[in-house]
Design a protein around this ligand. Structure first.
Ligand code: ZN
Ligand code: ZN
Length: 406
């Protein structure tokens, strides 16, 4: 453990936590962050700490006892490297960090000023927390573009996150899960599983609600990992017409059917263009939601769909493409084709919680595996290769009592 982050001998409240510890090229202090992890960080090591310092609570902080934390592709990228040892994750990250940005739990402590601003929050309440932490002072924050904060931090990337027994978050970024308490599907422990799935749905919701999608539009979702599956849920809740989906994994296709996809196929066996046109009786899909991260592999098919689909068709890039893609400007000019992307989700968390509470979305079928905190160091690196899972979620934070511990 790095000295700057080590618990002292006097530390009274150690907790169990997952830690990713990377070598840094230019960063001096082991707790410092970089905006370009791929360029700065190398050879990450992941381990379970038994005696990580339990976070202290500032005046407007809420201490959350974590009950469920989703494992994300971003977390896998933080512990994976290229051939040179460089961390694959390209964005903001600290060299010594507790990951976990998709979590839910119970309020166990709060700062002295919290009640002043949030009088109906009580110890024991179920909550989740957004991972994008905006400063409130920069130009972007002043105009309400919190996802583009110039001084922002991210829980699980630059601030210690939810893969630990406890996580502290400023009350500005905490959301109550009280609306889910009386929903049958989420009785008891499942409320935390649902709460841990607000984050991926929120990101997808922002992308879709800012796109040209309108109720009744036919849509195509490419890639059925947790993001693609969340997209099915959001499209359905927002009143999509046909929801056409594809993924090579039979297990993921099965989950997609369970969630209510209209037409599901394997893109390795069938042509995306032909299937999307056939499933919509030739009218095509207004929105193509790219969640595979392999847009280059399907680019010819995607382009054809945009060019021959409805007027004003739009491609939403949610997954990243590995290479530059070629475009012909003609469809932009004649058919008003457009591309969009999306980043962050600060302003939509309450809407996702409302959609869960109103039973417009039941996210629980997305979870294919629950694990203990001790399993994370072996499960996380394997996620880069295993493309058959839905969401993997940590639910046991005490872990196996006699496991070998760091
Ligand atoms: Zn995530
Ligand atoms: Zn800001």
């Amino acid at each position: 453990m790095k000295e700057s982050c080590s618990p002292t001998k006097q530390e009274r409240n150690p907790m169990r936590a997952i830690v990713i510890d990377s070598e840094s090229k230019g960063l001096k202090d082991g707790c410092n962050k970089t905006r370009t992890a791929h360029a700065e960080l190398r050879n990450p090591k992941i381990s379970v700490f038994n005696n990580f310092p339990k976070p202290s609570v500032g005046p407007t902080d809420i201490l959350i006892s974590v009950r469920a934390c989703g494992v994300c592709g971003s977390d896998a990228a933080m512990v994976s490297t290229d051939d040179t040892g460089a961390v694959l994750y390209p964005f903001m990250m600290s060299s010594f960090i507790v990951p976990g940005h998709e979590f839910a739990g119970i309020v166990v402590d709060m700062g002295k000023n919290v009640k002043k601003y949030w009088p109906d929050l009580y110890l024991g309440d179920p909550v989740t927390a957004q991972c994008v932490l905006n400063c409130g002072f920069c130009i972007s924050c002043k105009i309400g573009e919190f996802d583009h904060c110039a001084n922002g931090d991210e829980i699980g990337f630059t601030k210690n996150g939810g893969m630990a027994e406890f996580c502290v978050v400023d009350m500005r970024h905490v959301w109550s899960l009280q609306p889910l308490v009386y929903v049958n599907e989420f009785l008891q422990a499942d409320i935390f599983l649902a709460g841990s799935l607000v984050e991926p749905h929120a990101g997808v919701f922002k992308a879709i609600s800012e796109s040209r999608f309108q109720p009744g539009d036919n849509v195509l979702v490419i890639g059925l990992g947790p993001i693609g599956l969340s997209a099915i849920n959001v499209f359905r809740a927002l009143g999509a017409g046909s929801i056409v989906c594809c993924d090579p994994s039979e297990r993921r296709r099965h989950i997609a059917r369970t969630l209510g996809a209209s037409f599901v196929f394997d893109p390795l066996c069938l042509q995306i263009y032909e299937e999307a046109m056939g499933a919509t009786l030739g009218s095509g899909t207004k929105i193509v939601f790219e969640a595979s991260g392999l847009a280059e592999r399907n680019w010819t098919e995607i382009r054809r769909l945009l060019e021959e689909g409805p007027h004003g068709s739009q491609l939403i890039f949610f997954g990243q493409s590995k290479i530059d893609l070629t475009v012909n400007p003609q469809p932009f000019i004649q058919k008003y084709v457009s591309f969009s992307g999306s980043h962050g989700h600060t302003k939509v968390w309450n809407r996702i919680i409302n959609l869960f509470a109103a039973r417009r979305i039941n996210p629980l079928p997305m979870i294919t595996q629950t694990i203990s905190i001790d399993e994370v160091p072996s499960v996380l690196p394997s996620m880069a290769h295993d493309k058959t899972q839905g969401k993997i979620t940590i639910t046991n934070f005490e872990g196996v009592k006699d496991a070998t511990r760091v």
